[in-house]
Design a protein around this ligand. Structure first.
Ligand SMILES: NC(=O)c1ccc[n+]([C@@H]2O[C@H](COP(=O)([O-])OP(=O)(O)OC[C@H]3O[C@@H](n4cnc5c(N)ncnc54)[C@H](OP(=O)(O)O)[C@@H]3O)[C@@H](O)[C@H]2O)c1
Length: 227
């Protein structure tokens, strides 16, 4: 990658795995998270702030990529979800991505960069208690296709739609061995996802010069298989 990659959410889970993967290859990463990151890579510049506090002065003139990792898993029956839940989930999952992509548009175009966003399997497949997160991630899928069209052919935009992946975000759902085993068993491939395999797909999409506007499922077979 000629220019740095901007990763929003590099302190945890998939964003952390991607930061490690890229930095180990000597690729420049600007990582943004609210909590402090102590990883010492010579090619990593860490900014401790919220995505909404980023300014144009934080960004270089050219970027090879932007990855937006913040997300939520706020699972409740529809009747228990307050309007604030929908607002909070929309802000974290969708508006933060809009904010950083508007800020980074010039640098992405200058660097002929690529964008990777995160959806969820729960957009394409209805699941109980997922109304708020599925709505917010549905917006990410619409944004992915719209921007892919608007920014083609200079900047490619794709999204990954994972199923349950072993990260701090999913820890409540994987709270004990029985829950983790039940979650694994719901997948045709009989395990949950790993942050490292999400990171590998994100790196592939960053460099995939003939893929844009796609939502790629990474879901242990949950996307299309019934056993
Ligand atoms: N894990 C799963 O099972 C799963 C399933 C489907 C989809 N996904 C999606 O995959 C993506 C990555 O998930 P993950 O499991 O890796 O999540 P995670 O472990 O919670 O990591 C999210 C990262 O985003 C950062 N972040 C959150 N709000 C931020 C803000 N306002 N400004 C800057 N950074 C912020 C967090 O750091 P700080 O808190 O330090 O800011 C953290 O580094 C998410 O979009 C998620 O919805 C995950």
């Amino acid at each position: 990658m000629e220019h740095p990659i901007l990763i929003i959410g590099h302190s945890s889970g998939i964003g952390k795995a991607l930061t490690n993967l890229l930095c180990r290859q000597g690729i420049g990463v600007i990582g943004v998270s609210r909590s402090e990151v102590n990883e010492a890579f010579s090619t990593l510049q860490s900014l401790q702030k919220s995505v909404f506090d980023l300014t144009e002065y934080d960004l270089p003139t050219a970027l090879s990529g932007v990855i937006y990792c913040p997300g939520s898993i706020n699972l409740k029956p529809f009747r228990s979800l307050k309007i604030n839940d929908f607002n909070d989930d929309f802000e974290t999952n969708a508006l933060g991505a809009v904010y950083v992509l508007q800020l980074a548009e010039k640098a992405l175009k200058a660097g002929k960069g690529s964008v990777v966003l995160f959806s969820t399997i729960a957009v394409a497949q209805g699941m109980p208690f997922h109304a708020s997160v599925a709505m917010a991630k549905g917006a990410i899928e619409g944004l992915t296709r719209s921007l892919a069209a608007e920014w083609a052919p200079t900047v490619r935009v794709n999204a990954i739609a994972p199923s349950l992946t072993d990260t701090p975000l999913a820890s409540k759902l994987l709270g004990n061995d029985a829950r983790a085993q039940a979650a694994a068993d719901r997948h045709p491939l009989k395990r949950i996802g790993r942050a490292e395999e999400m990171a590998e797909l994100a790196q592939y999409l960053l460099g995939a010069s003939w893929i844009s506007g796609e939502i790629i499922g990474l879901s242990g077979g949950m996307g299309h298989i019934r056993l």
